[in-house]
Design a protein around this ligand. Structure first.
Ligand code: SF4
Length: 328
């Protein structure tokens, strides 16, 4: 089955005060229609840059230095803000975190949902209001609540409004940018359940950006782990949780609180998160890696197929080569 989206060798740099730093480096992956993928990493891992490139929302100081993004087989002009306008929100949309800041406090929510339908789909005000009411019901808000202002709604309800807005122009891909970060645990679970339901109902492809691997377990089929601008592991959620291959993935899973064994706090991963200006040589994770070997400080491990997924780690490369030679 053809991919809906292909990211191919994408590298993006940010320029700031004459200094350029690489935010993502040779990122490649494909996304099928209806697939739900988690993009997981610490801040500075490149997950947000990757997602914003796909959505056509790169900041003005971002520069695409190599690679491309294809949507339904066509190259997207991701570094041209105006040329991306027809794609933005109608093909790929984003649910941002912190709905209070993203919503306009002086407009009723039904109006805010109707707006993109008028602007992007060319609907009349009456048609757009009708669609906004349908969208409210779709995200679990009674249509009559559409007369409310954002401050009259709970945090979870506001996040549902954000989801309704993201769905307004019938996109094929919805990106959730830490969509549940500001919410309590119960509301978070409800929003994730809603995203999962909408995804199957509307055959949406979902890209969920998060620093929290446990969020991914709730509603994704597949997860890609990013570190310092690169994908370091990519595979099915069930497989990655049961048998993480990359040492960084293993540490992320160990860091998840597990009340069953008395582990209540998130255990931080030792060492400093990557600094994009002083990128370590070889495997960028080597200064923090508990399994590092000699070659790790000098040679960059490439992302290679491993079982059903992909992993970028010298340990797995050599084990695969051994296996190949045994069977040769
Ligand atoms: Fe650790 Fe080496 Fe694998 Fe990097 S390549 S994750 S340093 S073992």
């Amino acid at each position: 089955k053809a991919s809906l989206l292909e990211v191919d060798g994408l590298s993006i740099d940010y320029g700031l005060k004459g200094i350029s730093s690489r935010a993502i480096d040779g990122v490649s992956f494909a996304l099928r229609a209806g697939e739900a993928v988690g993009l997981v990493g610490e801040s500075g891992s490149g997950k947000t840059t990757t997602a914003m490139a796909i959505a056509g929302l790169l900041s003005p100081n971002a520069r695409v230095s190599s690679g491309e993004v294809r949507y339904r087989g066509n190259r997207l002009p991701i570094d041209d803000d105006a040329a991306m306008r027809p794609h933005r929100w109608t093909e790929t949309s984003v649910v941002f975190q912190g709905a209070m800041n993203a919503l306009n406090p002086v407009h009723r929510i039904v109006k805010q949902i109707a707006e993109p339908c008028m602007l992007k789909l060319g609907m009349s005000r009456g048609e757009a209001t009708g669609r906004a009411r349908e969208l409210l019901e779709l995200v679990g808000i009674p249509a009559d609540r559409g007369a409310a202002y954002p401050h009259e709604l709970s945090g979870g309800m506001r996040q549902r409004v954000m989801i309704a807005m993201a769905l307004a122009c019938r996109p094929s891909i919805v990106i959730g940018d830490e969509p549940t970060t500001a919410l309590d645990v119960i509301t978070q679970a409800q929003i994730l359940k809603l995203l999962g339901e909408l995804r199957s109902q509307l055959n949406l492809a979902l890209i969920l950006i998060t620093h929290d691997l446990s969020v991914v377990a709730e509603c994704c089929d597949r997860v890609m782990i990013m570190y310092a601008g690169r994908i370091v592991e990519d595979g099915a959620v069930s497989e990655i949780f049961a048998k993480p291959k990359h040492p960084y993935t293993r540490l992320l899973i160990d860091a998840i609180p597990n009340p069953a064994n008395g582990k209540k706090m998130i255990r931080p991963i030792p060492g400093d998160p990557p600094n994009l200006l002083t990128r370590p040589s070889g495997c960028v994770f080597h200064p923090r890696c508990p399994s590092a070997i000699g070659i790790c400080a000098t040679e960059v491990p490439s992302l290679e197929k491993c079982g059903q997924g992909r992993v970028a780690c010298h340990l797995h490369r050599s084990s695969q080569q051994d296996r190949v030679s045994v069977h040769a």
